[in-house]
Design a protein around this ligand. Structure first.
Ligand code: SAM
Length: 349
């Protein structure tokens, strides 16, 4: 690492903020030395807030129908090789019951952008979970909806919302999405969620097609300025039926560097070690925790549908029952000296 890189890394460690150009330089200088330095600092600030606790969220992928056609995503509407499914309210509640029994106190309901789940249906689902599990957090990840819809779901009992910006660079956004999808609307949605009072999660794929260091730098700067409570990042992984089938995957090293930088931007951030990180490397999630992440999200979806939520090729954890996933995660975390804790795992005050 040269002196300039070291000085910028130190500035991030001391001040928790950098300019877009400084982030670009850090990302362009990714090296073992730099990652080791930033991971050590990231783990130290994270431990000062969270100790060795890792928060756990139960992920329920309840529909793989999607009206969008994102060029990178395996469940895009043009992919005719996907067997589509929807879970009904009883199936979703049954996933929650299994999760609750295993100690989960956060349920994450994720789907493609599926208009079938209109406000009436979603309110019914959220209200039923809220009513049955008053001690649990409900996180939604349903894509772009109107402010009014977000408000109704919040009023019905949802606490958190995950909506990755995917890229904070307008031009890069246009390379990843068809014309009918709007960068401005995605950003408006994030602002609306924040205004309503959700704990908000944004994020991006590391190594997505056409992405350059300065694109990621803009994401990091956006996160630094907009102060979300959660940031989900993972490597981009190709999916064989998409227009990007022949692109390269994102790398473990770039993703780990980004996790450490995010932790240093905001020491309190809730950062998952994602399934995609576990897909590109057998110990990806453990390495993510060691780089500064503090959340894991085992899958609670019924085994029968898991293979159909194939956002990218070779996705892990599609064959195991929920209980196996949870025990596997507890074991993996304890093997590196961390403890999975059974509480809501809220953003610290
Ligand atoms: N429909 C919701 C939305 O748009 O936010 C949630 C579901 S969407 C499939 C969840 C996330 O999967 C996206 O935000 C995207 O970053 C990620 N994703 C999609 N395709 C991917 C791929 N090929 N590799 C890695 N992550 C991918």
């Amino acid at each position: 690492m040269n002196k300039l890189t070291r000085d910028i890394a130190q500035k991030l460690i001391d001040d928790h903020n950098l300019s877009v150009d400084e982030y670009t330089l850090l990302l362009s200088s990714n090296s073992d030395d730099l990652r080791t330095l930033l991971a050590k600092e990231a783990v130290s600030v994270r431990n000062s807030i969270y100790g060795n606790s890792i928060y756990i969220r139960g992920l329920i992928e309840f529909s793989n129908y999607c009206k969008n056609d994102c060029y990178y995503c395996g469940i895009r509407r043009s992919n005719k090789n996907v067997e589509r499914y929807r879970l009904d309210i009883d199936e979703i509640l049954s996933c929650c019951a299994t999760g609750y029994g295993s100690g989960f106190r956060t349920f994450v309901l994720q789907s493609g952008e599926d208009p079938y789940y209109d406000d009436t249906k979603m309110i019914e689902i959220v209200a039923a979970i809220r009513n049955k599990y008053p001690d649990c957090a409900i996180t939604l990840s349903l894509g772009e909806r109107s402010k009014d819809s977000y408000q109704k779901l919040f009023d019905a009992g949802a606490d958190r919302y995950l909506l990755r910006e995917e890229t904070a660079d307008r031009e890069h956004y246009s390379h990843l999405h068809p014309k009918e999808m709007s960068y401005d609307n995605r950003m408006t949605c994030l602002n609306n969620l924040k205004d309503i009072g959700y704990q908000v999660g944004c994020g991006f794929m590391v190594g997505s097609p056409f992405q350059k260091p300065d694109n990621i730098a803009k994401d990091l700067y956006f996160i630094q300025e907009s102060r979300p409570q959660m940031v989900g990042i993972g490597p981009y992984i190709t999916q064989k039926d998409t227009p990007f089938a022949n692109e390269e995957n994102g790398t473990l090293e770039d993703t780990l560097l980004c996790i450490s930088i995010l932790r240093l931007i905001n020491p309190k951030l809730l950062i998952p070690a994602t399934t995609s990180l576990g897909t590109i490397h057998p110990l990806g999630r453990e390495l993510g925790i060691k780089a500064g992440a503090n959340v894991v999200m085992p899958n609670l979806s019924p085994v029968g549908v898991r293979k159909q939520y194939q956002l990218y090729d070779n996705k892990i954890c599609t064959g195991d029952e929920a209980a196996e996933c949870i025990n596997c995660m507890k074991y993996r975390m304890s093997s590196i000296g961390y403890e999975v804790v059974c509480n809501r795992g809220d953003y610290p005050a």
